[in-house]
Write a new protein. Structure first.
Ligand SMILES: *Cc1c(COP(=O)(O)O)cnc(C)c1O
Length: 220
């Protein structure tokens, strides 16, 4: 698949759902991809990318940012508090706010730095023990807590369990967002972004369908 193919599929899925194509942002997930592949997508004019590790992002994006203007970098993987400052300096959005300690750290750093990336709260919709994210039953309270800290919460993010029908998880995430007045929905990956768009995704995170299979497994 090429970037154009994916963009066309996004536009079609949006249209089928009665939505504007530009109500869906494509985050090209470049984790562990060779730089040549990332550069090829930059050359085609795409500017919105996702990485799941701060260290890896810090290794390649400052250089790309020098060479290509207006890069919009999203952190989509788990964030340790000791990497929060670096993530806030480098990224325009963080999709993995998943616990009070991290929220407090981001709030303190936002005060100190005078700016904060757009934030998404990750919800562990499948209640999987090994997966990051706030549990669905705790989401309303956690959203309120983040708002009380003045954090710019734009929406919610989820990664459905691999074995389950993702649409159920997308619908659950959309319900939690709606009842909390949040518009952003970061959901949908290579295998299911069209279903996510049908259920309201505003940000789809697509990696292998654009860049090809990842060469090595990313750390979770
Ligand atoms: C790797 C990753 C993706 C992209 O996965 P693909 O199946 O390659 O599209 C999306 N979201 C997160 C959080 C990821 O870590």
């Amino acid at each position: 698949m090429s970037l154009q193919d994916i963009s066309a599929r996004i536009a079609k899925a949006a249209q089928d759902a009665g939505r504007d194509a530009d109500s869906v942002k494509l985050i090209a997930v470049s984790k562990v991809q060779p730089n040549e592949r990332v550069e090829a997508v930059l050359e085609q004019g795409h500017r919105c990318f996702g990485e799941n590790r701060v260290q890896e992002a810090a290794g390649k994006w400052p250089d790309f940012m020098q060479r290509f203007s207006d890069i919009d970098l999203h952190l989509i993987g788990p964030l340790q508090t000791n990497k929060a400052r670096q993530a806030m300096e480098l990224c325009h959005a963080i999709h993995s706010v998943d616990r009070p300690k991290l929220a407090k750290t981001l709030a303190r750093l936002a005060q100190e730095m005078g700016h904060c990336p757009d934030l998404f709260i990750q919800v562990n919709t499948g209640e999987e023990p090994q997966k990051a994210g706030i549990l669905p039953l705790e989401a309303d309270d956690f959203i309120a807590e983040c708002r009380a800290l003045d954090l710019p919460i734009k929406g919610l993010m989820c990664i459905p369990p691999v074995e389950e029908e993702p649409a159920l998880h997308f619908a659950l995430l959309a319900r939690i967002a709606a009842r909390n007045g949040l518009e952003g929905l970061s959901m949908g990956m290579s295998s299911d972004f069209e279903r996510a768009i049908a259920l309201g995704a505003t940000h789809v995170r697509v990696g292998s369908a654009i860049f090809g299979e990842r060469v090595k497994a990313p750390a979770q």
